[in-house]
Design a protein around this ligand. Structure first.
Ligand SMILES: [Zn+2]
Length: 182
């Protein structure tokens, strides 16, 4: 009997753009060869909010996400609109913890209007997708890639994100094959 593969669960947080979430759900399953569910919307945890910084602490969000997991093997990805931080970083685009198989990705810095430019979904969705794949690679123990064109390249600057492709390089794809048989 084939082992039932653990699902990817996407959790829209707060006012997260549901069109983006639906689009993500439609593409992630194929890449990681797993079923994808979308959870009913969750509130942004108020205890994660830091008033001094006007940002949310990514680690507290992950601990909240961990609690809604149906089982240990499930991977849960939170998508939010709010700005995220870690104590050692001004902001983070996304953050993943492989021990709890949880990740959170913010649309905050991906929006064009953040840079004073008109909103443009054709730019925003690829940014979100690339960041989600990069964070999910961490969850599946695929190390960061040094190839700047690979979707798994560690890019924290918007220009690097826009420059890299939406595909994995051959080296990362090979590592992804091992994820398929897990
Ligand atoms: Zn790569």
């Amino acid at each position: 009997m084939a082992l039932l593969k653990a699902k990817i669960v996407i959790a829209p947080l707060g006012e997260a753009d549901l069109a983006m979430v639906n689009r993500l759900a439609g593409t992630l399953g194929g890449l990681f060869n797993r079923g994808v569910d979308i959870l009913k919307g969750m509130r942004m945890p108020t205890e994660a909010y830091n008033e001094t910084r006007s940002q949310y602490y990514a680690r507290i969000i992950l601990s909240k996400l961990e609690r809604v997991k149906a089982n240990n093997r499930e991977t849960i990805i939170g998508i939010c609109e709010e700005d995220l931080y870690l104590p050692n970083a001004h902001y983070v685009l996304g953050y993943a913890d492989d021990l709890s198989s949880t990740a959170v990705i913010s649309l905050f810095h991906f929006r064009q209007d953040f840079y004073g430019l008109p909103e443009d979904d054709t730019k925003m969705y690829p940014r979100l997708y690339k960041e989600v794949v990069r964070q999910m690679s961490r969850l599946y123990s695929i190390p960061p890639c040094s190839n700047p064109v690979c979707v798994n390249f560690n890019s924290d600057e918007m220009m690097d994100i826009d420059d890299k492709s939406t595909r994995m390089c051959d080296v990362c794809l090979q590592k992804l094959q091992k994820v398929y048989i897990r």
